[in-house]
Structures are given as C-alpha cells and as structure tokens.
Design a protein around this ligand. Structure first.
Ligand code: FES
Length: 171
C-alpha cells in the first residue's frame, strides 16, 4: 500500500514537472503533453489524465476519448518484457500479421495491452530498421529475426525462463 502511494506521488510530480513547461496550456498542447507523460511514465495512468484535465480545464473523459483515438497511447504499464512487432512493408509482406495474431493468441492480450501477470506487453510499430531480418520483433530492444508463428512459443518461453517463471523441464 505504501509503495502504491509512493508510486502515485512520483507520477504526480512527473506530470507536474511536464505541465510546468506549459504555463498557459491550450487545447493544441494536449497531444504533446500526453506524449511527454507517456515517454516518461511508459503509459497514461488515470491519475495523470485527471491532472492534465484539471490543468487544461477539460473533463478527464474528454481527454481519455482523444487519447484513445490515437493508437500510440497506452493506458496500462508496460510488461517486464515489451514486445514490438514491426508492421513495416518488408515485415508485412513476409507475414508480420500472422506473427502478431499468434502473439496475441498465446499471450491472450491485444496489441497495446499488458498481460495480467505484467510479464509481457505488445506494441505494433513502424519499421524498426532491420528489414533484412523480416519479419522481425524486438523484445526490450533485442531483435528476433525471421520470426514465424511456430518460433513464437520458443521466444516467449525464453523470456518466461529469464523471469524465473518458465518450465524448466524441457528436453
Ligand atoms: S519493415 Fe520491419 S524492420 Fe523494416
């Protein structure tokens, strides 16, 4: 409980620091403000949205509505392992949509969401500059090349094991 309050306090301070840079915030500052908060905190919490609303004199529901319209915003913390699925042209042509589909199926979350155990989160991104490895995914910045729906289980198992939650009786 104490930890929760500390985290909340830290988030509120971070949001205030960002808002201080916009002494007279206007409606057009909303997206840049939300973007900065997300860059700093990893996601937009309810508390952050309420705070921004108070400063911009907009109801939180309005801000939430605007933010959901842009699919770059997240409303849950990232997982311990954040998976980026490239949807650039090369990856798309070589099957990134079935890679994403398989990931969503195995983790039981959609792109933009985090698994309940907070181990994995998925994000769909534009070209990550490794087209020769297509289709490629990155997990916490580590690239996995020529991913297929069959190789996904192994990749996920590798990270589950790293997290100490994998099944260690393989082989
Ligand atoms: S298109 Fe996927 S890395 Fe460039």
């Amino acid at each position: 409980m104490f930890n929760h309050f500390k985290k909340r306090e830290k988030m509120e301070r971070a949001v205030e620091n960002i808002l201080e840079r916009y002494p007279n915030p206007k409606r057009e500052n909303l997206i840049p403000i939300l973007q900065e908060i997300q860059d700093r905190e990893g996601f937009l919490s309810e508390g952050a949205i309420v705070k921004v609303g108070q400063r911009l004199k907009l109801p939180a529901s309005k801000i939430f509505g605007v933010a959901t319209f842009y699919n770059q915003f997240r409303f849950e913390p990232l997982g311990k392992y954040h998976i980026q699925v490239c949807r650039g042209t090369a990856c798309h042509v070589l099957g990134s949509s079935s890679v994403l589909e398989e990931l969503e199926k195995q983790l039981n979350v959609k792109a933009g969401q985090t698994t309940k155990d907070r181990l994995f989160s998925i994000e769909v991104v534009a070209c990550i500059g490794a087209c020769g490895l297509a289709p490629v995914i990155s997990v916490n910045g580590e690239f996995h090349a020529k991913v297929t729906s069959d190789s996904i289980r192994d990749i996920l198992d590798e990270y589950k094991e790293k997290a100490g939650e994998g099944v260690e009786n393989e082989g």
